[in-house]
Structure formats: structure tokens, C-alpha cells
Design a protein. Structure first.
Length: 365
């Protein structure tokens, strides 16, 4: 066995024996996300490397501590990519952290989320046992799909050791269109475009210094992109010039995010067809209306959750204001009784002693 993995297994088994909590950490790029976890640091950087990659099969198997940038560079060299555009936030983002956080970038509404591309996972559970779920093909699951269950679990069910991912070829053509329009106009237009066979890939509406603007990215076949540009209108932007802005949007580093000051940053997940919401200020809107970012004072949290809940959505305190201190409880929506029971039962099955990322998802979980 790989000595680095054996060392981690030994630490987990020792921690399980005396119920000592462990705090899993890849590159630390998402330390801000979720509740602060308790326990001694358990780093995954030593679990590094591409296990297998055959471009013709559109599947890559990679160890959890591998830098995300390294994986994306390998795929790009073969003209392939992770289409859901996982955020990096910082240079140390890892593949394991990408899966554990389950966060997707601007293209998520059009191409799917992280979990849609996870084929198989090797997991180290709370007993120090290595478990393998799924495989390297789409139709590999009989029963409960544990591989995708781990996406977004924030390491509370176990330590991801290795993951197999479906990859796709890069789109042959891309264009970004710019439209001057209000939030309500943008939401209406995005819903209208969604009813047509257009190569929509990503969208971002923002009111920056009084300039309300919708940016729309198209990706697909050359003919489809060119035809859409001719019929949809707007101002076509230079791809090379606008590409860095989409990267900044992916990592929440656009000026709109940077100028947050001492306010909280909330992430709202709502139906794409939801209207303009009653919020403290105008949001930044992505995912064709399904994701809305809100900057707000700490006392506005209840209002924001109510606005999201009124349209069947949810709100997450994505980045807490420095004014809240180190701990800002209640970052995620409280689970309803049936789901809460299921989550706790799964936690007990995978991590009986509760050693992994204790408190990371909910203060008592």
C-alpha cells in the first residue's frame, strides 16, 4: 500500500479508537465554507497523482490531494475539461475538496453539477476501512449511489481517497454577449431563451454602479454559436478579453464580490423561473436565474432566508462577515425532520465515532 495512505489510515484508526475528532483539509481553499470544524488537522496533500486517464474513454481517475489546476491542465492538453467549472478560490484547490464541497461554476445550470460527473469514489470511513463505490462507467450502480452522496457532504462521512470523473471535449466555439437590461427584464429574457434550442452555457446579471447588465455565454458547435449571435442581439465581446471575467465570476472575485466590505455574502438557490425577490439590495444573478448572490448585513439573514423559502428555494451563508467573529452558526438551512434523521443515520454508518469534520455542516453534526 502507498505509505502516505497507510499513514492516514493509521491516524484515522487511532482517532476512532479514542473518538478524537479530525479536521480534513486539502489545499485549504474552502476553509471559509461551512461551519468551522473541530479536531486535529488531517491533510490530504500526500494523496497526489493521476491514477489513470484515457482521453478516448472520457474518464479520469485521480487521487484526492491532486491540485485541481494540475488535473485541468492535463485535460486541456487533450482538448477536454470538467464542464461544470469547479471554483478554485485559491491556488491550493484540490480534487477531493472539489467533490467534498460540491460547488460548481457559471455553467452549472446548462451542463450539470459536480455530482453528475462523479462515477466512482474510494473512501476511508470512520473505522479506517477503505471502501470503493461506483466505477469508471455511468451504469455502475445497483442500489444507493454512494459516490454521489459524498458530493457536498463536506467530508463529514469520510475521507475521499480517490475519485473517477467523467470528462467532456471542450466546446469548438464560444461567444459572450452583453445586454443592458434590468433584473426583471433579464430573468424574463433568460426564461424565454431557455425555451429555444440555443447553445446557452452561462449567464451573469449584475448592477454595478448603476449599470444593470446581463452577460450571456454561448458554447457549442460553430454554426450554432454563430447563428445564435445573429438572432439574439446584444454586443458581442472579445473572447480573450472576457475570459478572465468568467474566471473571476467562478471564484466570486468580480468587483461586485470584492466590494462586499463587512457584509455577509449569501448564496440563494431558487427555481430559474423565480421572480425578483425581496432582498436588502439587488443580487448578482447566475445560472439563468437559479443562483442569486446577496450582500447583506448580519441582521438581514432571516429576511433573506424567508425570501428564498417563499419561492421554494434555500439560502446559504456562504461567507460570513468579519463582524460575526470566528463562528457564525446556521450557515446552512436547517434540515426538516425526515432528512435530518437520514443524514444522522448515514453519519453513524460511515463514521460511528463522529471523528470526521465534526461540526462542519451543522454545529451538532
Amino acid at each position: 500500500m502507498d505509505p502516505a495512505l497507510q499513514h492516514i489510515i493509521d491516524r484515522v484508526q487511532a482517532a476512532a479508537a479514542d473518538s478524537t475528532p479530525l479536521r480534513i483539509r486539502g489545499g485549504g481553499s474552502k476553509d471559509f465554507y461551512g461551519e468551522p470544524a473541530a479536531g486535529a488537522l488531517l491533510e490530504t496533500a500526500s494523496l497526489n497523482g493521476i491514477t489513470s486517464y484515457e482521453p478516448t474513454e472520457l474518464v479520469v481517475t485521480v487521487k484526492a490531494g491532486t491540485p485541481l489546476a494540475e488535473l485541468e491542465a492535463l485535460l486541456a492538453a487533450s482538448g477536454q475539461c470538467l464542464p461544470f467549472e469547479p471554483p478554485h478560490f485559491a491556488g491550493g484547490a484540490t480534487v477531493g475538496g472539489m467533490v467534498a464541497a460540491g460547488l460548481s461554476g457559471p455553467a452549472r445550470a446548462s451542463v450539470g453539477a459536480v455530482r453528475d460527473y462523479v462515477l466512482g469514489v474510494t473512501l476511508l470511513n470512520g473505522k479506517g476501512e477503505l471502501l470503493t463505490f461506483g466505477g469508471q462507467v455511468m451504469k455502475n450502480v445497483a442500489g444507493y449511489d454512494v459516490s454521489r452522496l459524498l458530493v457536498g457532504a463536506l467530508g463529514t462521512l469520510g475521507l475521499i481517497v480517490e475519485v473517477s470523473l467523467k470528462v467532456v471535449p471542450m466546446a469548438p466555439a464560444e461567444a459572450t454577449l452583453k445586454f443592458a437590461m434590468s433584473q426583471s427584464q433579464a430573468l424574463k429574457q433568460l426564461n424565454a431563451w431557455g425555451a429555444h434550442p440555443l447553445p446557452l452555457n452561462a449567464s451573469c446579471w449584475v448592477d454595478d454602479a448603476g449599470a444593470a447588465t446581463l452577460y450571456l455565454r454561448l458554447r457549442g458547435a460553430v454554426a450554432a454559436v454563430e447563428a445564435a449571435c445573429k438572432t439574439m442581439g446584444g454586443d458581442r465581446l472579445d473572447n480573450a478579453a472576457v475570459a478572465p471575467d468568467w474566471t473571476l465570476c467562478r471564484d466570486q472575485k468580480l468587483p461586485w464580490f470584492v466590494e462586499r466590505g463587512d457584509r455577509d455574502l449569501w448564496r440563494l438557490s431558487v427555481p430559474q423561473t423565480a421572480p425578483v425577490l425581496d432582498l436588502p439590495e439587488q443580487p448578482l444573478v447566475e445560472w439563468h436565474g437559479a443562483e442569486r448572490w446577496v450582500r447583506a448585513a448580519p441582521e438581514d439573514g432571516q429576511r433573506i432566508r424567508a425570501a428564498a423559502g417563499a419561492v421554494g428555494g434555500s439560502a446559504t451563508l456562504f461567507i460570513a462577515s468579519p463582524a460575526r467573529g470566528i463562528r457564525a452558526n446556521g450557515r446552512f438551512n436547517a434540515l426538516k425532520p425526515p432528512l435530518d434523521r437520514i443524514h444522522r443515520q448515514l453519519k453513524r454508518e460511515f463514521d460511528p465515532a463522529g471523528i470526521f469534520n465534526r461540526g462542519r455542516m451543522y454545529p451538532d453534526f
